[in-house]
Design a protein around this ligand. Structure first.
Ligand SMILES: O=c1ccn([C@@H]2O[C@H](COP(=O)(O)O)[C@@H](O)[C@H]2O)c(=O)[nH]1
Length: 243
């Protein structure tokens, strides 16, 4: 996998036209396009094929499902034939839900468990009823959920760069760590709504397999140049990791 193939660009855009314009522009410059709720709700499932026709090698459907096991299983079965590489399901508190997702996938789409959103920090955990130990060391909660996702047959997890190395140790090298909350030092616009952030080089050096990076590329004056700069940083991170 070349450094650019580790970049996942989210098509967080309100219309099909804008999404396809970005897909066409960044095709071959990033490895995968992510379709999230905004675009999926606007366009429906047909957007997957349209992004593919724009030249996308791989597509990741980020629907972050979270419901009773049978409902998740049936929803995932609706996605299984769309030909996407990954689909997200919240790890939440239910092994049965994750197992339902894996069963519904029929092995046709990799299920990624969302451990704890990268927009969540220790204060959020404290206020939402978790044991204080998880607010003090959020990593513990993320790793617990990653291990659960692995045991349930998920292909990997969504986690911040801060947790990637511990997850790799706990779940092994074949279990994907996909990391949003990426903010290059040169970008300069701050973390936005993200709380657990890292630079591309830091996240890759820490063991993340893929980086989800949206606003720093989308809002750059030259998105193609920004993607190339991220790929250079990924290369630095791989060297630091000894790969
Ligand atoms: O924990 C999570 C899970 C998913 N995301 C998604 O990644 C991108 C990040 O976009 P940026 O503009 O680079 O912040 C976005 O689509 C989120 O829905 C996440 O950020 N954190």
């Amino acid at each position: 996998m070349s450094p650019k193939d580790r970049i996942i660009f989210p098509l967080d855009l309100p219309t099909e036209t804008e999404a396809l314009d970005y897909a066409t522009l960044l095709c071959g410059k990033v490895g995968m396009f992510k379709i999230g709720l905004e675009l999926f709700l606007e366009c429906g499932p047909s957007i997957v094929e349209k992004v593919r026709q724009a030249g996308a090698a791989d597509i990741f459907l980020d629907l972050k499902l979270h419901d009773i096991p049978v409902t998740v299983e049936r929803a995932v079965a609706r996605v299984a034939d769309l030909g996407v590489r990954f689909l997200t399901v919240h790890c939440g508190e239910s092994e049965a839900m994750l197992k339902g997702a894996v069963a519904g996938s029929g092995g046709k789409v990799g299920i990624l468990g969302v451990t704890v959103l990268t927009s969540v920090g220790p204060d959020d955990i404290r206020k939402s009823g978790f044991l204080p130990q998880y607010a003090e060391d959020l990593k513990q909660l993320v790793v617990k959920r990653a291990v659960m996702a692995s045991a349930c047959g998920c292909a990997g997890v969504i986690c911040s760069g801060h947790e990637a190395s511990v997850i790799r140790e706990a779940a092994g090298d074949d279990f994907f760590t996909v990391t949003p909350g990426i903010r290059p030092a040169w970008e300069g616009t701050g973390a936005d709504d993200q709380k657990r952030v890292m630079t591309p080089a830091e996240a890759i050096a820490s063991g993340s397999d893929y980086l989800v990076i949206g606003r720093p590329i989308r809002n750059a004056e030259d998105p193609v140049a920004a993607a190339a700069r991220v790929a250079e940083e990924i290369q630095e991170g791989l060297l630091a990791r000894g790969r």
